[in-house]
Design a protein. Structure first.
Length: 471
């Protein structure tokens, strides 16, 4: 029997190795072998839906093509020229063309921002499914403001991610008010999760995690003040109070389930403290790779902080910046917009000032914050991203949280870095681990879709592998 092999980075890979990995990690993909494409339509929608669970949006193919057989050269190798000559469809389903001048103008703006032909964008196509991410969303809203003379909140793309819905939102004069609470995913309101993003403050980073929990799990993002024109929060306490006020509009009373990533973990902790002081219950506090506050901070380093912000923004979106931290240390004295565009991140000066201003304000808030121990015991869980640098600190076990939480937080380990923790396969395994470990109360995990596929409950420290870059 002939066995297919490939050379990947000078390492010989056999077909049986690939199939073994697929069978273990992605059984649904392996099952696609059973589809008879001659008798049935290729299930592009199902495949795309599955890939959304394991890949970031920019890696999802825009078009799927079904072949009865891979063309080969006379020597038995893949005929790449024959593949390149094959005409590609513009999409897997009929696209709905724009019907109004506003929709036509929006399609042109989306095509410019996403850098793809306008003919490949239908009015019902999702911005994120087309490759959009939070930085492109900033550009999109800026171009929309220029073209229509109306500014929408950054989080508007969650409620209106298509051209059709976005045009309707622009026509509605009552929808431009910036909001702290952003509905990322509707679901079971009784088990809603309220999530605080990192120092960048943008809730768009939570989209993949919401999908990983499944469609029945309600998840609301709590966006940082300052991203939509208002002044940034002046303290962690102010940010927490604003979040609680917005949260109570959706859910007037507890118990509340809080999640915070990075700096957002500190804000979520302060929210829990204020809620307990107000006599409310907090059912769960999930800290996603979040360092405990209250430590001595190094002297201010504007160059280093700007470089950290740039690299963090790029990493969060899967973008490549062709420079390391040291090479970017001169940014503070330069034109940041020009430097960012030179490294593949197209933001004008006003957009940069807004995004970086919120980031700096949140860093300063974290440095000034002096935490207090909670008044009552609380179910808390710390998720550590083991590819990051936090594990090398003096408080590697619980990142210093045992000083403020009693009992100490339960610890789950995810084999991911600080940013990939919220994306792709790591986000799915994170959601599974939080469900299966009991870190979230049962009614906060209402999606029955996972019931038949759950792994056995992990031990106190669960190691969850992120497959990004390993295949």
């Amino acid at each position: 029997m002939k066995v297919a092999t490939w050379n990947v980075n000078s390492i010989k890979v056999r077909l049986e190795h690939v199939l073994t990995w697929l069978d273990r990690e992605l059984p649904d993909v392996l099952a696609l072998q059973e589809i008879k494409t001659k008798d049935e339509d290729f299930p592009a929608d199902a495949l795309r839906a599955h890939l959304r669970q394991i890949l970031p949006p920019y890696l999802i193919p825009a078009v799927f093509v079904s072949l009865a057989a891979i063309p080969q050269t006379p020597s038995g190798k893949v005929d790449r020229q024959a593949l390149q000559r094959r005409a590609l469809p513009t999409g897997d389903a009929p696209r709905h063309a724009p019907r109004t001048p506003a929709e036509r103008q929006l399609v042109e703006i989306w095509a410019e921002v996403l850098q793809r032909p306008a003919a490949t964008i239908g009015i019902d196509d999702d911005f994120f499914d087309l490759g959009g991410h939070s930085l492109l969303a900033v550009r999109l809203l800026a171009r929309t403001s220029e073209g229509f003379g109306r500014r929408l909140p950054l989080a508007a793309l969650f409620g209106a991610p298509t051209v059709r819905a976005f045009a309707e939102r622009l026509a509605d004069t009552d929808t431009a008010t910036p909001a702290v609470l952003v509905p990322i995913q509707s679901g079971d309101a009784a088990g809603a999760l309220f999530a605080v993003p990192g120092a960048g403050g943008n809730v768009l980073s939570l989209r993949a995690l919401a999908r990983a929990f499944g469609p029945q799990q309600a998840l609301y993002g709590l966006q940082s003040l300052g991203l939509d024109g208002a002044a940034p929060a002046a303290s962690v306490e102010q940010a927490a109070a604003a979040n609680i006020a917005a949260m109570r509009e959706r859910q007037p009373r507890g118990p509340y389930r809080l999640i915070g990533h990075s700096y957002g973990g500190t804000v979520a902790f302060e929210m829990a403290r204020q809620l307990q002081a107000q006599g409310d219950d907090v059912a769960a506090l999930i800290l996603l790779d979040a360092q405990a506050p209250g430590r001595e901070r190094a002297a201010p380093d504007p160059d280093g902080e700007l470089a950290e912000w740039l690299l963090g923004q790029a990493a969060a979106e899967g973008l490549t910046v062709n420079a390391d931290r040291d090479a970017l240390r001169g940014l503070a004295g330069a034109d940041p917009g020009a430097v960012l565009q030179a490294h593949g991140i197209a933001l004008d000066r006003a957009q940069f000032d807004t995004l970086y201003g919120v980031f700096r304000a949140n860093l300063d808030n974290f440095a000034r914050y002096r935490p207090q121990r909670l008044q009552r015991p609380l179910r808390a869980c710390l998720v550590r991203a083991t590819q990051g640098t936090a594990a090398a600190t003096a408080d590697a076990t619980d990142y210093g949280w045992s000083a403020w939480l009693a009992p100490p937080p339960r610890v789950l380990d995810i084999d991911a870095d600080h940013f990939s923790l919220l994306d792709g396969a790591a986000a799915q395994r994170l959601a599974d681990a939080l469900r299966d470990s009991g870190a979230l109360p049962p009614d906060a995990a209402a999606d029955v879709r996972h019931a038949a596929t759950r792994r056995p409950p992990p031990t106190t420290t669960a190691t969850i592998a992120d497959q990004r870059g390993t295949t």
